[in-house]
Design a protein around this ligand. Structure first.
Ligand code: BTN
Length: 259
């Protein structure tokens, strides 16, 4: 593999690849083979990168594509918490690499926005035992470092576009992400989801403003974004005064005139 290898926190191990279909698929394969907690699969390009809700994730050389095998001793219903842990780790890592004038926000569920544009995506998948307990999780992270693939759904950006120092490459981003993720994962293990939820909400995109949420085959819903529920679901206040929590969907700003 070209370039320098990232320095990872103690106890992590790296599987560095030139090209792969999807790092999430490779991490899953390694997980089934018994890969240890905090094994990272990192590739310079993906030929079949996957995003949320079955979408493709364009994966040209120049950006970061990595997936962690994680073996947290938690119930499946808490797995989504880890994607917020990852978003915070990623946000703090990117902040270290960018000018302080860049506005960083978290968009539900797990996107990091820089100056209102999406720079990264997180995809958590689970491998379960027969009794539905977690065997391992795969936490996939993609960051636009040098390239900004066109995103039809939401405007995209890259670290390069937002003023990261010349020479900031995928290895530097992986290194910073691993370090900050470890800090947040330790905090989460010790204190639970509450501090994660609080830190995420402190930089939430459009908190207390109106959002439109597309729910796939179940249509869409609009309401004021009140924050995260205790399990990470999105809490909305609807126009009729009722509250609704949403566990999965695509969020956008309300259309003009709706707040
Ligand atoms: C999203 O839709 O926002 C999530 C995108 C996740 C992309 C990353 S890139 C590394 C890992 N491998 C994949 O195939 N997907 C994730």
């Amino acid at each position: 593999m070209a370039g320098r290898a990232p320095v990872l926190p103690p106890g992590w191990s790296l599987v560095a690849l030139d090209s792969v279909g999807s790092t999430n698929d490779e991490a899953r394969r390694l997980g089934h083979d018994g890969a240890a907690d905090c094994t990272v699969v990192w590739a310079l390009e993906q030929t079949a990168g996957r995003g949320r809700q079955g979408r493709a994730w364009a994966s040209p050389r120049g950006n970061l594509y990595c997936s962690l095998v994680l073996r947290p001793p938690i119930a499946l219903r808490r797995a989504a918490e880890l994607s917020f842990v990852a978003a915070l780790g990623l946000g703090e890592a990117l902040a270290e690499l960018l000018p302080p004038t860049v506005e960083l926000r978290y968009k539900w569920p797990n996107d990091v926005l820089l100056n209102g544009r999406k720079v990264s995506g997180i995809l958590v998948e689970s491998a379960l035992r027969a009794d539905q307990s977690i065997d391992f999780l795969v936490l996939g992270v993609g960051v636009n470092v040098d390239r900004r693939p066109d995103e039809a759904r939401f405007p995209a950006t890259s670290l390069k576009d937002e003023g990261a120092a010349a020479g900031t490459g995928p290895a530097a981003v992986l290194e910073a992400f691993a370090r900050r993720f470890q800090v947040w994962a330790d905090r989460w293990r010790a204190q639970g989801f509450a501090p994660v939820r609080q830190a995420w909400q402190a930089r939430a995109w459009r908190l207390n403003q109106t959002l439109d949420i597309r729910l796939g085959a179940r249509g869409s819903v609009s309401g004021r974004f009140d924050g995260l529920a205790e399990d990470g679901a999105l809490v909305l206040s609807l126009a009729d005064g009722t509250r609704r929590t949403v566990a999965a969907g695509d969020v956008s700003a309300a259309r003009a005139g709706q707040g």
